[in-house]
Design a protein around this ligand. Structure first.
Ligand SMILES: O=C(O)c1ccccc1NCC(=O)[C@H](O)[C@H](O)COP(=O)(O)O
Length: 229
């Protein structure tokens, strides 16, 4: 049986937009209203966007009511704990960003994203998680996520030729996405967080909308259109 996230990625006629690091009902609602395909909730105490399990449960239920799709973003996760939280919070997918072992994450009932740092270790990571993760999030290697730093476009494109990938790292509105123009058609989705914020943990509605519109502007697999503003 094909999992929902693989189906979503394959059936979408345009790249998906994931808005990450949503910390409250206001931001969840504005991202959903702006058309985000995936809404990310971060569980990582060192992040300014960290949510407790109780907060994840509350926001997960709100996202479900909005008929939107949620992603738990977590670092050094434990499978049993994640399975429990996904069930309680009614989440759709999980993004693993730490030192998790691929073998522990086979056959999840939820969608699975694996974060890959765009550096010389990325190839081995990607090979280890292929067939387990539905897709990969290509991010700056300096931290587990939310760095606001852009990745090397040519190196990222090499990974995107190997497996379904979301591009992340320092993306903002149109200019941020379009910076990757030569290889933009390779990506199945785009993922942004810190550059869409007014302050850490609070999203700017205009930047969120501009990012989502930019991400949706491209036809999957095609070269970028040049008609953006
Ligand atoms: O957002 C965080 O603080 C975070 C912390 C630890 C692990 C992952 C985190 N975010 C993951 C995401 O999916 C972000 O969207 C991605 O890293 C891009 O972040 P940014 O460069 O800030 O757009």
């Amino acid at each position: 049986m094909t999992r929902f996230l693989t189906s979503l990625i394959e059936q979408a006629e345009r790249p998906l937009a994931k808005v990450c690091g949503l910390t409250g009902q206001r931001d969840v609602e504005l991202a959903a209203a702006a058309g985000a395909d995936l809404l990310g909730l971060v569980s990582y105490p060192k992040s300014p966007r960290h949510l407790s399990d109780l907060q994840v449960v509350a926001l997960g239920h709100i996202i479900e009511k909005l008929a939107a799709r949620s992603v738990l973003v977590i670092v050094d996760a434990d499978r049993a704990g994640v399975d429990r939280l996904v069930h309680e919070a009614r989440l759709d997918a999980v993004q693993l960003c730490g030192m998790e072992e691929p073998g522990d994450w086979r056959n999840t009932s939820y969608g699975l994203l694996r974060r890959i740092g765009v550096d010389e270790h990325g190839d081995a990571e990607l090979a280890a998680w292929k067939g387990i993760a539905d897709a990969f999030v290509l991010d700056h290697p300096s931290s587990a996520g939310g760095s606001g730093r852009t990745v090397d476009p040519e190196h990222a494109a090499e990974f995107a030729r190997e497996a379904p990938c979301f591009l992340a790292g320092g993306l903002d509105g149109d200019a941020g996405v379009f910076h990757h123009a030569p290889s933009i058609g390779l990506y199945r989705g785009f993922d942004a967080s810190s550059r869409l914020e007014i302050e850490p943990g609070t999203k700017d509605p205009d930047r969120v909308k501009s990012f989502i519109d930019a991400a949706h502007r491209y036809s999957k697999g095609n070269a970028p259109s040049q008609d953006h503003d």
